[in-house]
Design a protein around this ligand. Structure first.
Ligand code: C2E
Ligand code: MG
Ligand code: MG
Length: 400
C-alpha cells in the first residue's frame, strides 16, 4: 500500500486521538495529512484547498457539526473519494452511517472502532481504490457574491457541457443535456449546484438560460454538419417561467440561431423560491405551442410533482437519479421507478432515467421499459466539440 501520494484528512475532536491517528498514518507512509477538530473546520479547510482529498477519516460524535452532517456535506460537494468512519459508537449506528455515505456515492472504506489500532487502519486504507481521474474538469466550490455572478455572465464565463442521452432499445444517441459550468478565473470550475440558487435569488437565472440556449443551438448546428441530428435539453428553473415574455424570447432566440424549437427540450426544475403557479402554467402552455418539448426533471423529488403533471403539457419525465441509484438492490427504489414509468406511459410521456452509473442499473431500467438512459455509465458531461468523436466511439452494452 503506497500512501505517499494520497491526501488524507483526519477529522477528530479529541486532541490525543487525533495526534495518535496522525502518527499511525505517518508510520504507514502517508505524507500529505490534513487535520481538523470538527466538521465545520474541516469544511472550511476543504473549501480553501479547492480540490478534493483522497480519503477522510472521520469521527462521528463531534461538537458544532456532527459526523453525519459533515459526511453529507462531503458527499454532496464531492469533497473526497473515500471515507472511513472511526468511532466509539455501537456497530448498528456505524452501519447506518456507512449505508448513508454509500448512498451518497462515497467510497466507504469501513467503520473502525475506537481505540484505533494499526491493523484496522491498515486494512481499511488498503481497500481504497482511487477512481480514474475524471475526464470532466474538476468541479469546485468557491465563495462569491452577486457581483461575481454578473461579471461572470458579462465575461462569458458560463459554459455549457453536454451529457449524451441514449436509447435503451437501440443504443442510439438521441440527444444531449446541456449542463452549465462556471469557468471562474483563479477559482477553477464551479458546479451549478453552488450557484443556480443564488442566481435565482438575484434574478440572473433567465440571462443564464439564454446564454446556455444560445451555446446549445450553436452546437446543434455544428453537430448536424458532422451528420448528427440530435435534440438538446436545457434546464430551466421554474422561477424563470414566471416571466410572461419568456416564451417569445426563447422562441426568437432559437429561430435567430437557425434552429427549430422542436430540437429543444426544456427541463423544468423545481425551485425553493416562491412562484406564481398561474403564470408559470400559462408560459409552459405557450412554450409547448411553439414546439418546445417540456420535461419534468428530477421526478419524484418535488413536493408538487404529481399535481404539476396533471396540469402541464409535459412531453417527458426524468426519473430522478436518487431512485436509479442502487435500484437493482433496493426494492423501494425499484417500486418508485416502476410507478413513475407506469404513470409516464399512461400520460404518453417519454421516459428518461438519469444517473445510470452501472451495468446493473442499465439492465434493470431497460427491462422496466424506460426509453432513454443518461449517466456516467454512458458518459460524463463533456465540452460540446467532443460530442461527435464520442458518438463515433460509443457502443451500447451487449444484450445481457
Ligand atoms: P439535473 O438537471 O438533474 O442534471 C443532472 C445532474 O446529474 C448533473 O449535475 C449531471 O452532471 C449529474 N449526473 C449525470 N449523470 C450522473 C451519474 O451517473 N451519477 C451522478 N452521481 N451524477 C450524474 P450538474 O451538472 O452538477 O447539475 C446539477 C443541477 O444543476 C442540474 O441537475 C440542474 O438542476 C442544475 N443545472 C445545471 N445546468 C443548469 C442550467 O443551465 N440552468 C439551470 N436553471 N439549472 C441548471
Ligand atoms: Mg436536468
Ligand atoms: Mg435531474
Amino acid at each position: 500500500m503506497d500512501l505517499s501520494n494520497r491526501t488524507i484528512l483526519v477529522v477528530e475532536d479529541h486532541d490525543f486521538q487525533r495526534r495518535m491517528t496522525l502518527r499511525l498514518l505517518k508510520g504507514l507512509g502517508a505524507e500529505t495529512i490534513l487535520e481538523a477538530s470538527n466538521g465545520q473546520e474541516a469544511l472550511l479547510l476543504l473549501a480553501q484547498r479547492g480540490e478534493p482529498v483522497d480519503i477522510i477519516l472521520c469521527d462521528l460524535d463531534m461538537p458544532e457539526m456532527d459526523g453525519v452532517e459533515f459526511i453529507s456535506h462531503v458527499a454532496q460537494g464531492k469533497l473526497a473519494q473515500g471515507l472511513a468512519v472511526v468511532s466509539a459508537m455501537e456497530v448498528s449506528i456505524l452501519n447506518t452511517v456507512e449505508t448513508m455515505a454509500r448512498a451518497y456515492g462515497l467510497q466507504v472504506l469501513g467503520a473502525i472502532a475506537k481505540p484505533l489500532n494499526l491493523q484496522d487502519l491498515t486494512n481499511c486504507l488498503a481497500s481504497f481504490q482511487p477512481k480514474e481521474a475524471s475526464k470532466e474538469a474538476y468541479v469546485t466550490r468557491t465563495e462569491f457574491d452577486v457581483e461575481d455572478l454578473k461579471r461572470g455572465l458579462k465575461e462569458r464565463e458560463f459554459i455549457a457541457f453536454f451529457q449524451p442521452k441514449v436509447s435503451f432499445e437501440t443504443g442510439d444517441v438521441q440527444g444531449v443535456e446541456a449542463l452549465v459550468r462556471w469557468f471562474r478565473p483563479g477559482h477553477g470550475v464551479v458546479s451549478p449546484l453552488y450557484f443556480i440558487h443564488q442566481m435565482e435569488l438575484a434574478n440572473l437565472v433567465t440571462p443564464l438560460t439564454e446564454v446556455l440556449l444560445t451555446q446549445t443551438c450553436g452546437y446543434l448546428k455544428a453537430w448536424a454538419r458532422r451528420g448528427y441530428s440530435l435534440t438538446a435539453s436545457v434546464n430551466v428553473s421554474m422561477h424563470c417561467l414566471e416571466d410572461v415574455n419568456i416564451a417569445d424570447r426563447l422562441h426568437d432566440l432559437v429561430k435567430e440561431s437557425d434552429c427549430d424549437p422542436k430540437q429543444i427540450i426544456l427541463e423544468v426544475t423545481e425551485t425553493e423560491v416562491m412562484i406564481d403557479v398561474a403564470k408559470v402554467l400559462n408560459v409552459m402552455a405557450r412554450l409547448r405551442l411553439k414546439g418546445f418539448g417540456l420535461s419534468i426533471d428530477d421526478f419524484g423529488t418535488g413536493y408538487s410533482s404529481l399535481q404539476q403533471l396533471s396540469n402541464v403539457p409535459f412531453t417527458e419525465l426524468k426519473v430522478d437519479q436518487s431512485f436509479v441509484k442502487d435500484s437493482p438492490t433496493q426494492p423501494r427504489h425499484r417500486n418508485i421507478i416502476e410507478t413513475s414509468l407506469d404513470l409516464a406511459h399512461k400520460l404518453k410521456l417519454k421516459t428518461v432515467a438519469e444517473g445510470v452509473e452501472t451495468r446493473a442499473e442499465w439492465d434493470l431500467l431497460k427491462s422496466l421499459g424506460c426509453q432513454q438512459a443518461q449517466g456516467y455509465f454512458i458518459a460524463r458531461p463533456m465540452p460540446g466539440h467532443q460530442i461527435p468523436d464520442w458518438i463515433q466511439l460509443w457502443a451500447a452494452p451487449e444484450e445481457a
